[in-house]
Design a protein around this ligand. Sequence first.
Ligand code: GLN
Length: 500
Amino acid sequence: MTEMSDLTRLTAAETATGIASGAFSAVEVTEAHLARIEAVDEKVHAFLHVDREGALAAARAVDAKRERGERLGPLAGVPLALKDIFTTEGMPTTAGSKILEGWVPPYDATVTRRLREADVVILGKTNMDEFAMGSSTENSAYGPTGNPWDLTRIPGGSGGGSSASLASFQAPLAIGTDTGGSIRQPAAVTGTVGVKPTYGGVSRYGMVAFSSSLDQAGPCARTVLDAALLHSVIAGHDPMDSTSVDQPVPDVVAAAREGDVRGMRVGVVKEFRGEGYQSGVMQRFDESVALLRELGAEVVEVSCPSFTKALAAYYLIAPSECSSNLARFDAMRYGMRIGDDGTRSAEDVTAITREAGFGDEVKRRVMLGTYALSSGYYDAYYGSAQKVRTLITRDFARAFESVDVLVSPTTPTTAFPIGERADDPMAMYLADLCTIPSNLAGNAAMSLPSGLSPEDGLPVGLQIIAPAMADDRLYRVGAAVEAALQARWGHPLIEEAPSL
Ligand code: GLN
């Protein structure tokens, strides 16, 4: 039997193969991860809820299936950390908010259901910025998560719990959601891989809504192949989500296994450099671009002028949609209710509950969105933002006429210290400068490690962007870059993370 602690160091692909071949059992794998959580999560705080019994029961079921000689799924027995924004039947779901504290959903999200059907072992639910609003996980009502590379720094957000669980070897796989960058930015600052699939590629059914026209669930992992394996398990049409794409899922696993960029045309986004970009981030980015050339890609510079307005458009559209989506938290149907002492009107109970149940950032966004949608300002704000959205989509379309993928840094800086931007929303918003355009246009994008910044020794992310429904290109390019960089470093980047 392999050492228990070693089992937490394997990739998801290796873990699945080991379980299928009988080298170790799913129960052993799950126990090793539960022990790791026990040992380190007090410091990291990646999890809001650990489902020890449920995870072990799922693992036992996989082992029994194998003993009976039944066919196992590609990720059977592999542990996973699920962002606490997906409903899980019988398991608490808070979306990082006090207003949902103690709520146990009566149903599984489609993502949850597909994971269970694929025999993936769900370890528990991960910490996140409240309702996925933030870039640092500091907006969680349940306290921040530390970055395993340096616990005094942010693990990114909103999905900081998911990325931190990977970087601290508490899980080999995780699920995130990306409305403006919440899968990719946490991946970048923790040295992990995160993919925002094409909008509609993964079902939103049972995913707590933030900004419905932007929200997209996706895979998080330590390797490109692992992300592809998870992608293929969760993606695909779902009649329960009206915006779900009814087309075959691109073969992301084959693309990840191939990892060849010869003859591909790669565009470097001209707008994503300059003031505000850390020099070590740009150094690693430029090296990755040079590497793509060496690997046989044709690299050109591409201009997408409207991208400079993406952040402003996003901070009108996302708050507008959130002000509508969060109206459901009215203290009447589910979740927190306070002040209902028989003397107050329903409206007062709703108001008192929201005052106590929502955090500052959520309130700021609801107010902003309500204002932007008000009749006198609708055209000036929401209407203009939608026009910018169209321009951004056109910039992408024009770029993809001459290149197969675009590349940029994922985020302008490495992980910043906890507290540094907590009182400065504008500084916080800048973390998603490079990721937001893909949400506005609905195309696919990945972040993968491109090395450590020489100034601070912290991970840097390379972003790859592909046209809608060409998600496979992300994996083809990502796997090629990953293999070449690892050959150069002599090991996967994540091995370097200081052990806890
Ligand atoms: N950081 C961005 C925001 O605060 C994006 C969040 C996300 O992708 N969920 O809105």
